[in-house]
Design a protein around this ligand. Structure first.
Ligand SMILES: NC(=O)c1ccc[n+]([C@@H]2O[C@H](COP(=O)([O-])OP(=O)(O)OC[C@H]3O[C@@H](n4cnc5c(N)ncnc54)[C@H](OP(=O)(O)O)[C@@H]3O)[C@@H](O)[C@H]2O)c1
Length: 296
């Protein structure tokens, strides 16, 4: 990953969070949960979307249940979210592709659906109305997409749904590339809001369950090793919160940040032409999953 020297920001000592309205899609587990709990502890009102709510006793966290492997569910969530009053949206839902190809009832490869396509459905539906009815604010409403930007992945738009061939790693890399492209595309598409990519680096969570098998010996061994060598989700959340809140990045919609919050350059190869092709393939899959009005 290469530093982006055009983007610089300073850590504030006191974070102004009180009263901020935040939605964390994928806020029930892992990195999203750590971010939700941290922002709520600082005074934000947070709504988390996921399958299983684990923070019933935490003040200022509300829950919306959804299975985001289904695009009709993503559309329902988008319609139900109070987008007009949101200051911040964090998109962090994700899994890892399984060794054998899995497909949702809507005909979408499962990792692509959970880690990428639902984010596109939600963004397309909420971005136009995002933050339009907030009290006056010095910063635009902002969206953070958690993924693995800057790592050089560009995806395979000719077989986005892994129908011609399937291998777990390339399938997952379609979601990695897709999320990075969503940031770049959204920054151009919606100038009334700002969009950023977050690369948390390796963090001990449940994300690899689908690849190694939930609670398998392999899975436990890998996560223990990752836990020994890398920061926890809570440490990452505390480290990155000042970035989420700083006004210094206001003029840099489309920027990406590494695990410590340093700005990094987008992956080479993500040209405008490639992004257009990838988005067209993504929109075609949205339509196939039954989402209307997907075309740009
Ligand atoms: N952990 C890492 O090392 C790492 C490294 C780089 C990038 N990332 C990226 O960070 C993001 C978050 O990963 P994580 O490590 O925090 O993963 P995680 O601990 O497995 O959490 C994933 C989140 O996604 C939700 N989710 C999964 N399937 C869902 C479904 N069908 N419907 C609704 N929600 C669903 C989970 O909710 P429930 O538990 O309620 O199902 C949970 O809130 C992903 O985009 C990942 O690619 C992670």
């Amino acid at each position: 990953m290469k530093r982006d020297k055009r983007v610089a920001w300073r850590r504030a000592n006191a974070l102004k969070v009180e009263g901020k309205q935040v939605a964390v899609i994928g806020g029930t587990g892992g990195i999203g949960r750590a971010l939700s709990r941290h922002l709520a502890s600082l005074g934000a009102d947070v709504v988390v979307v996921g399958q299983t709510f684990r923070d019933t006793s935490v003040p200022r966290i509300a829950f919306m249940q959804a299975d985001l492997s289904l695009m009709r569910e993503a559309q329902r969530v988008a319609d139900a979210l109070p987008a007009e009053s949101l200051d911040m949206v964090i998109l962090t839902t994700g899994i890892f592709a399984a060794p054998q190809r899995q497909e949702t009832a809507e005909g979408i490869e499962r990792d692509l659906a959970v880690s990428y396509l639902n984010r596109l459905v939600i963004l397309r539906a909420i971005a136009p109305r995002l933050g339009t009815r907030r009290p006056l604010s010095s910063v635009k409403p902002r969206v953070f997409l958690v993924g693995y930007p800057g790592g050089g992945q560009i995806g395979a738009p000719d077989d986005l749904n892994s129908e011609k061939s399937y291998k777990a790693m390339p399938a997952h890399m379609n979601t990695v590339a897709g999320n990075e492209m969503l940031v770049l595309d959204a920054a151009k598409r919606w100038p009334h809001a700002t969009f950023f990519g977050l690369n948390p680096g390796l963090i001990k969570t449940n994300i690899r369950d689908n690849f190694f098998g939930k609670d398998s010996l392999k899975s436990r061994a890998v996560e223990t090793l990752i836990g020994l060598l890398t920061p926890t989700a809570n440490t990452y959340a505390q480290r990155i919160a000042p970035l989420l809140l700083t006004s210094d990045i206001e003029g840099h919609s489309g920027a990406m940040f590494d695990s410590k919050g340093g700005a990094i350059l987008p992956s080479p190869g993500l040209t405008e032409q490639h992004i257009r092709k990838f988005m067209a393939a993504s929109e075609a899959l949205m339509v196939r999953a039954g989402i209307q009005g997907a075309a740009s």
